[in-house]
Design a protein around this ligand. Structure first.
Ligand code: SG4
Ligand code: ZN
Length: 263
């Protein structure tokens, strides 16, 4: 395997487990969401999943070499209820996954169908843990909200605020501040039904520390917005190696429960 993990045949998902043993575990993500086996759970409906975010400006966006990531640590934010038990989770960052064409790109798939991309809002358990790094070592440490992208004619305004900064972070390691005010709430679809299961980070080291919450309803972005994502480079300077895809394909669900909430 190449020195660094990535998404090409030599360093991609098929070989991650060689250097990152957890990637070969039984609680990996993403998964194909087989809608017919999802069990609706009245507990999820009774204890509603709620979120409260802050609007922020000057958030830092960076090119990680695997995509873009917005650092949005919000001590005042709260994600709670639903599958999260009694604990409160706070937003840390958000990022996206996409593909070479818009026929692929999402990490989770629904009955075998991929969406054009998937946004991840990453939260950590502040009730039990002292830091994001500590939380990522525990089975209930992180909660990630996944939102699918459909391609349509209407560009997403909030995603456009990201897109407009990408020319400044073309190369790996570059970062800049997003001048616009970002309200993470506006990334979520209007329908709040979701699927939930216990999984992992979808990139090395693939820690099995994530309570996944994947919204059923996609949000719409334009092809042009996705084209801009694909123009980021995986290298720092000179050599151009575009990040045309950065999704991990579905891993076996095994005997894990897949639950749904119709909100
Ligand atoms: C992306 O590569 C992010 O940039 C990573 O953020 C993130 O890792 C990784 O995806 C895995 O997260 O929601 N897809 S995921 O399971 O959040 C972490 C980084 O800061 C630890 C590296
Ligand atoms: Zn992700």
């Amino acid at each position: 395997m190449a020195a660094e993990w990535g998404y090409s045949p030599t360093n991609g998902p098929d070989v991650w487990a060689r250097l990152f043993p957890q990637a070969g575990g039984a609680r990996q993500s993403p998964v194909d969401i087989c809608t017919s086996i999802a069990s609706s759970d009245s507990n999820l409906e009774m204890k509603k999943l709620t979120f409260a975010y802050e609007s922020q400006s000057d958030l830092r966006i960076l090119n990680t070499g695997h995509g873009w990531k917005v650092e949005a640590p919000q001590s005042g934010s709260r994600l709670e209820g639903g599958p999260l038990g009694e604990d409160i989770y706070q937003l840390e960052q958000f990022h996206c996954h996409w593909g070479e064409t818009s026929a692929e790109g999402s990490e989770h798939t629904v009955d075998g169908r991929a969406y054009a991309g998937e946004l991840h809002l990453v939260h950590w358990n502040t009730t039990k843990y002292q830091s994001f790094a500590e939380a990522a070592q525990h089975p209930d440490g992180l909660a990630v909200l996944g939102v699918f992208f459909d391609v349509g004619n209407e560009s997403n305004d909030e995603i456009e605020k990201i897109v407009s900064t990408l020319s400044e972070i073309k190369f790996k390691g570059q970062f800049t501040d997003i001048p616009d005010v970002i309200d993470p709430t506006t990334f979520l679809p209007s329908g709040l039904g979701y699927w939930t299961y216990l999984g992992s980070l979808t990139t090395p080291p693939c820690n099995e520390c994530v309570i996944w919450i994947v919204y059923k309803e996609p949000i719409t972005v334009t092809e042009e917005q996705l084209v801009q994502f694909r123009c980021l480079s995986a290298c720092s300077g000179e050599a151009e190696e575009f990040i045309v895809k950065n999704y991990r394909p579905p891993q076996p669900l095994g005997n894990r429960a897949l639950r749904e909430c119709n909100a």
